[in-house]
Design a protein around this ligand. Sequence first.
Ligand code: ATP
Length: 474
Amino acid sequence: MNAPKRDEKLMEKVVALAKRRGFVFPGSEIYGGLANTYEYGPAGVELKRNIENEWWRVFVERRSDVVGLDSSIILHPKVWEASGHVQGLVDAMVECRKCHTRTRADHLIEDYMEKKGRKVSVEGQSNEELDRIIADEKIPCPSCGKFDWTPVRKFNLLFETHIGIVPEAQSKVYLRGETAQGIFIAFKNIIDSTRVRLPFGVGQLGKSFRNEITKGNFIFRTLEFEQAELEYFFDPEATEWEGLFEEWKKTLWDFVTVNLGVRPERLRWRPHGDEERSFYSKRTEDLEYDFPFGFKELWGLAYRTDYDLSQHAKFSGADLSYTDPATGRKFTPHVIEPAVGVNRLMAMVMLDAYAEEGDRVILKLPPHLAPYRAAIFPLLANKPALVASAREIYDDLRARFPVAWDDRGNIGKRYYAQDEIGTPYCITVDFDTLGDGDDPALKGTVTVRDRDTGEQERVAISALAAWLSARLHG
Ligand code: ATP
């Protein structure tokens, strides 16, 4: 059986909806925009925060073996030398001599091959090898169609800035390129200040910055992004890493399919080959989602051995070992790292939830991720008694759930707008609510309409909060 055909305009439609309904705006728009930067609007900030909170709850709060951390964005410059990012966080780029389009060489090759029906990964290949593949395949420029590339060159992705107000006394620093290094450099303070025992994890959520050359795939890849990373430290003599790796695979898969409600058939694991994998990693697998521009990395899972702690011990001179309290054995723990970008998760969630039914557009978000759990309307905005009753319900529910108020236009238009925002329930106060309708038994009840089925039921105002609670998990 063939998979259902994807809507070729899906990306365009989601980007337009994101702007129209206040999820994501292009960055600095009134100044003509700033490429690959975005602003998260009133609905978007709620959705993004709900995903972050879900991550924090599942990966940190609800686990007895994980603690949290919030380290600095500006770290000592030696951190990035020790981690290998100064030498390593580089992209191999080519520029078209005809139209001056700059693009990542690996993307150019992989996208070209994918269009020809061949899935390849060239991560980790040298400049010369990339040059050779581009020449052998005669890969044309995706913008102008010509074949006239500069040789592949490497660019460092770390954002540089300077500390110090006097130019002569300034020192160069970097904005962090990943949150993970903050965890490694805090390792000693964490074991000294808490009762953690191996195996244990440290989770961190925060901004990372990369001077990326992007292809403008919306918020999939941006210059600054919210990263959610976890380092799970363990004793390789006491814990078998293969089993642990499989457990983490299951945890990530469950999070995406259950907590974020994404269709499993659009997900797959892709193990890194020997060439692509970092030299210190024993195994790396990417959880990939089938984005409109192909299966792409959503979440990286890597067994990084003791590389990071050993490097920081070497560069800083600090003792980053762990002493087994039972045996007194001293060693450097190994680590498994799941690393994801929250913005990328959000792009996936929106793409996956987008649905069209007739002329309606519905964002079928899981209710606990929706920016608003419910919207409250007075049937008519010019009838003070309806407005007052609806306002009372709104104020009451607002103390317990994020809810929206809407009294513009007619009910149909309000449903249309809330469907696009993904609000699971719309609550309407009408004349029956006030006891002024045809059926006196409906006094004190409201109409609640379900986003996905369009079905409506009457619910007593006094039971509304409990009714909603029962339907909104998490
Ligand atoms: P990619 O190959 O997509 O550039 P990567 O292998 O460089 O990703 P990692 O360094 O492993 O990514 O980062 C871990 C995760 O952080 C990625 O899986 C992705 O979800 C997220 N991420 C990385 N770079 C960006 C970015 N520029 N914008 C948004 N999210 C990002």
